[in-house]
Design a protein around this ligand. Sequence first.
Ligand code: URA
Length: 230
Amino acid sequence: MRLDYFIATSTELSRKQAKQAISRGEITVNDQPCKSANTRLAGNERVARNGVPLVLPGERYLMMNKPAGVVSATTDSDHPTALDLLPADITRNLHIAGRLDADTTGLLLLTTDGQWSHRITSPRTDCPKTYRVTLNEPLPDSAAKELEQGVLLHNDPKPTRPARIKTLEERIIELTISEGRYHQVKRMMAAVGNHVEALHRIRIGQIELDTALKPGEYRELTCQEKGSLD
Ligand code: URA
């Protein structure tokens, strides 16, 4: 696909205005300025206008830095939802791919593409999710080993799948799990006698929370980010 066609299809610009935007130097392809309207795109490039990533219309794929106090639901009569933080014109058919508790912050993926979100949430696909966990007490090596091997959660007969743990500070760890059971991280820490004080999701598969996003902000995924979970 030609670059000017891509710009005209992914923005409100006409083909002529797209060419003008390209020659004004507003467009980058894979972070490099591109001033040639007839550049051919293979489909996996990151195209941006004035630094804002562009995607073709159709399915929508967003990341949000979820703030605390916002629920991961499309509607809720008592609390603000993640969808309430988005402009109304882009929320149609959006759903959340992997919920977070109201007090958990960080990476939330929203999409209109049910098959794509299924790959994130289905236990079969083993999609890893990484959390920065602030604990009440330091995690002894013995507890870290138990968590890495799998622990039994309260009222759940099946042990958790093996997890990965990296200690960042005395009471802060990075935990990677590939399941999404109810309150899983909090229950895993309770299973080894600890308690979660703060929970922040930083990665799903290869998609990292963009550190430029302040709490409550969102952006479109780049084609590369979206494609990393295809
Ligand atoms: N595990 C939890 O306990 N809470 C979350 O929000 C996500 C994972």
